[in-house]
Ligand binder design. Structure first.
Ligand code: PMP
Length: 351
């Protein structure tokens, strides 16, 4: 090893779901929305004046922040935006988890959390989910340097009731608690209003799933003014111009079209509820998903085997080769037509 190589930061990066380069039949592996964004987004993109691209974007993303604040009914000072919720969460780890005590996270959860903790050299402790793959709130009540969990959790898809979320927050008022609500719009109950009661609570949301804009990279956080100004200070110490002009315009259009948003959610939930039944009939155990994906294990067939046989048919789902969940598949809810293709393939595979 050369001398300079010793100074390279050693990290194990997060591995996102595969973006297939080959022609695929059905892509149900990265929890994208199967429907396009609101038609208002199309118009907003058409209305962009490319000549303005020579200018830097608004570093405060003022108009997008205002649109989100209006929608969420909070003051603008309580909104922070970023390049997808990954950017917002990464920034929140860097800002709020700066102590010596371990940050608490579930053993089975969004696999970016421990990556950020390692990158930023944040001590952390993982708390096992129970046998039903649920977060146990009491376990999050020990001494710590911060708490982070998604609700609903990923990849289990299971929602924790708001009363239990509040219990975790109530018992952890000396640290920052981050609730990652990437999937909350698919039937969950948000902790957002609790930010009025607890100034140490940060709720993180994304436009990637329910607003069908994973490709635009828009995420946001709502919290007390103190939390938001701390986030801004760190962001402006790193990169001022995170949000580009097109993403901001698209985001404003999307969040204003509540009707389209509700229609999309309704379609996904109805497809999901049917998918739960179909997969159960096929011999899968499926967790009670409140997200846009299912987490399912087959009673007899190996998950990896099903995953590979689906892949051979150019149908992509997600398989995690990790302890406790290596018999599960995570299947994003597609359109009804896409799901029919999946069901037909599963009928053949499970024969
Ligand atoms: N949180 C959870 C739980 C997720 O599953 C994802 C999607 N990978 C994200 C955050 C990040 O999504 P995005 O950066 O697209 O907003």
């Amino acid at each position: 090893m050369k001398e300079w190589e010793k100074n390279i930061r050693k990290v194990t990066p997060y591995i996102p779901g595969e973006q297939p380069k080959m022609d695929y039949v059905v892509k149900l592996n990265t929890n994208e929305c199967p429907y396009p964004p609101s038609p208002m987004v199309e118009q907003a993109i058409k209305d962009l004046d490319y000549k303005r691209f020579r200018l830097y974007p608004d570093p405060d993303a003022t108009e997008l922040v205002r649109a989100i604040a209006d929608y969420e009914k909070v003051p603008e000072e309580r909104v922070f935006v970023g390049v997808g919720s990954d950017d917002v969460l990464g920034m929140a780890f860097l800002t709020f988890f700066h102590g010596e005590k371990p940050v608490l996270m579930a053993d089975i959860t969004y696999s970016f959390y421990d990556v950020w903790a390692n990158l930023f050299q944040i001590p952390f402790e993982t708390i096992p989910l129970n046998a039903q793959l649920e977060i146990v709130p009491e376990e999050f009540c020990r001494e710590n340097g911060g708490v982070v969990f998604p609700n609903p959790n990923a990849p289990t898809a299971i929602e924790m009731p708001l009363s239990q979320v509040e219990k975790i927050i109530r018992k952890n008022q000396d640290v920052v608690v981050i609730v990652d609500e990437a999937y909350i719009d698919f039937g969950g109950t948000s902790a957002l209003r609790l930010t009025e009661k607890y100034d140490n609570l940060l709720v993180v949301r994304t436009f990637s799933k329910s607003r069908a804009m994973a490709g635009m990279r828009i995420g946001y956080a709502i919290g007390s003014e103190t939390l938001i100004s701390a986030l801004k200070a760190v962001k402006f110490s790193y990169n001022s111009y995170t949000m580009n002009q097109a993403a901001m315009a698209a985001g404003i259009a999307a969040i204003r079209d509540e009707k389209y948003f509700n229609q999309t959610i309704e379609k996904i939930i109805s497809t999901r509820e049917r998918a739960k039944k179909v997969l159960s009939d096929f011999g899968f155990f499926v967790t009670d998903s409140k997200t846009n994906f299912l987490f399912a294990t087959h009673k007899t067939m190996e998950a990896k085997d099903i995953f590979e046989q689906l892949r051979d048919r150019h149908i992509f789902v997600r398989f995690f080769d990790k302890p406790r969940i290596n018999q599960y598949l995570r299947i994003t809810i597609g359109t009804d037509e896409e799901m029919e293709i999946l069901y037909q393939a599963l009928r053949e595979i499970l024969k």
